[in-house]
Design a protein around this ligand. Structure first.
Ligand code: TMP
Length: 203
């Protein structure tokens, strides 16, 4: 049995990644791939409860980081690893690069601490491919302000926070040895999808 592929989507809030999830899932399924679509924080009943808390309640930065990884531990155990072992593919809207970008870059938690949790929770499991939707913070904030949903605890952060998050994603992309593929999200939906099509054809 061939192990499935693990693909994640990342980017600052408002960069547009979520609008491509269903389309990407459709393109992969059209290739005959059995796919599980999920998200973080969340993806399991307990993870979704932790998501509600994480997006609403203020808490110590380390509590926030530990809860992100607690939800991830559950997600890996109940959903991601079993799916990959069955040979299914997994498409997750965010994974641990978000902890490095938001808790590390955005909030300033020492990256070494995050690496400890990453090693503990994931061992050596990493996504096969990460699509990083990259957009200027100014445009991302404009897009966010056009949605009707009230902002969550992260979306309420100011521009300097999101600049740090973006920078952390960009740095990780450079250091990732090709795993993290930056996607210029300032382009039209069609142009972005053409590029996504080319990228997913290679994995
Ligand atoms: P979403 O809006 O993309 O669903 O993600 C929810 C928020 O959670 C988003 O603002 C980023 C944040 N987040 C972290 O801060 N750290 C993490 O590890 C994850 C997975 C998400």
């Amino acid at each position: 049995m061939t192990r499935g592929k693990f693909i994640t989507l990342e980017g600052v809030d408002g960069a547009g990644k979520s609008s491509h999830v269903d389309w990407l899932a459709g393109r992969l399924r059209a290739r005959g791939i059995t796919l599980v679509v999920t998200r973080e924080p969340g993806g399991t009943p307990l993870g979704e409860k932790l998501r509600d808390i994480l997006l609403a309640d203020s808490m110590h930065l380390e509590t926030e980081t530990l809860l992100m990884f607690a939800a991830r531990r559950e997600h890996l155990d109940k959903l991601i690893v079993p799916a990959l072992e069955r040979g299914d593919w997994v498409l997750s809207d965010r994974f641990s690069d978000a902890s490095f970008a938001y808790q590390g870059g955005g909030r300033g938690l020492d990256f070494a601490r995050i690496r400890v949790l990453e090693a503990w929770v994931q061992q050596d499991l990493q996504p096969d491919l990460t699509l990083f939707f990259d957009l200027s913070v100014e445009l991302a904030r404009q897009r966010l302000s056009n949605t009707s949903m009230p902002p969550d605890r992260f979306e309420k952060e100011g521009a300097p926070f999101f600049e740090r998050v973006r920078k952390a994603y960009q740095t990780r992309a450079i250091e990732s040895g090709g795993r993290i593929r930056p996607i210029d999200s300032s382009r039209s939906m069609d142009e972005i999808r053409q590029e996504l099509e080319l990228i997913i054809a290679t994995i």
